[in-house]
Design a protein around this ligand. Sequence first.
Ligand SMILES: Cc1cc2nc3c(=O)[nH]c(=O)nc-3n(C[C@H](O)[C@H](O)[C@H](O)COP(=O)(O)OP(=O)(O)OC[C@H]3O[C@@H](n4cnc5c(N)ncnc54)[C@H](O)[C@@H]3O)c2cc1C
Length: 452
Amino acid sequence: MQDVLIIGAGFSGIAAGKKLHEAGKSFLILEARDRIGGRVYTKRWEDGFYLDLGGQWIGPTQDRMYELCQEFGIDYFETYDTGKNLLDLNQRIRSFSGLIPKMDIISLVNLDWLMKKMEKMAASIDPISPWSHPKAKEYDSISLEAFISQNCKTKACKKVIRLACETVFASEMNEISLLHALFYIRSGTDLNTLVSIKNGAQLHRIQGGMGSVAERMCKPFENSILFSHAVSSVKQSDDSVTVFTENNSFTAKKLIIAIPPPLAAKINFNPILPANKRQVMDRIAMGQVGKCFMVYKKPFWRDKGFSGQVLADEHSPFQTLFDASPKDGSMGIILGFTIAERCRAYFKLSKENRQKAMEKQLVSYFGPEASNPTRYEDFTMTDEAWSRGCYAGLYPTGAWTGFQDAYRATNGHIHWAGTEAATRWFGYIEGAVLAGEKAATDIVLALADTGD
Ligand SMILES: Cc1cc2nc3c(=O)[nH]c(=O)nc-3n(C[C@H](O)[C@H](O)[C@H](O)COP(=O)(O)OP(=O)(O)OC[C@H]3O[C@@H](n4cnc5c(N)ncnc54)[C@H](O)[C@@H]3O)c2cc1C
């Protein structure tokens, strides 16, 4: 019998495995896919070209990610952030510098006031227990959409805050409760950090791709990862847990579940999990985002004084675009994020038409050179059976106050990890690592208590 079984070889499962390995515990990681990384996916082509199709950025206060990079000697570099940004609003394209786009004065004042208001509200939330806030019920009874609508006095202000929120949460604003939005902001430090490159969550990219961090982390125990082992059911007894895959079963003293909540909800548990856990798992839905990459011989927009960053309203398939070129600028890559409704509409098109749509958009921003790409790639985890969406699980109205910490609570020998079990950097890779490490540490301590 193993000490521990882990379901999922994403960052959370791997971080748990790393801790258990260091503590000398025996364990197996059961992974449904034929690769590690989960929502982090560095795809490498035969010609050496690679792209981060899933999570790619780290930034200040994501301390574990920087520690891991240091531990493994992994280089990271700053996201290109020099030159004019563009705002594509009401079919007019305007340039601006810094974080806040140029708009009419009333919209600017409104936007500044609203962002400060959200910062203040989020700062008052305890990320360990968002339901304990004196106004938790009030905040959890309305959607982020309702709150934004109440507080935006101009259409332009609403459009800009909408596309910032859609980019941060990877959802429509009516899909999440205001309390979840405030918790998410607080758990990732503050709104300014979440939306920024400079001093923000988009500051650094990993040389060689984010996948290389996961690969280095699990190198010492790579033989303990069993691929194509999708877990379909879990049976718990007084002193052990057995998990079942299509052709095998495995037993251990403890189990860590490190998978997205909607996939955990599909596992058959015997005995049945407590009602609160089942109910909250059934409510947490995944966000939806597509990453689209247009590749050029060189980052030509830089010579024209553009940063490559664009904020665009619903006339564009993309809420936001970034310069995602390699560190040495040896080629130019523009990355577009298409989110929620725009993502659903975009991926209905054929790949050829998606490329055409992105090209058209980029020509309007950066000029005719944009019509000469060398390559186009796109990807959405929404279509992946073992992710079903991204960046993360979203709490709708009533879920935080109704079920509190039910999702991350231990159930007998079953411990819960994954970024959705994190209190710090929920939804991010940092959160996944912290939650995996916590589950593993709790288990090491519990096993020590029983003399194991
Ligand atoms: C497009 C995109 C962009 C993002 N950008 C960023 C970013 O820039 N920075 C950032 O910090 N975060 C980003 N994120 C979020 C980040 O990638 C995730 O929060 C994080 O990777 C989640 O890790 P995890 O280990 O909790 O879950 P996952 O990565 O989802 O890992 C779960 C693993 O479990 C496996 N699995 C699922 N069900 C089963 C089953 N029944 N049996 C066995 N195995 C199973 C899956 O195959 C998967 O490998 C992004 C995500 C996406 C998709």
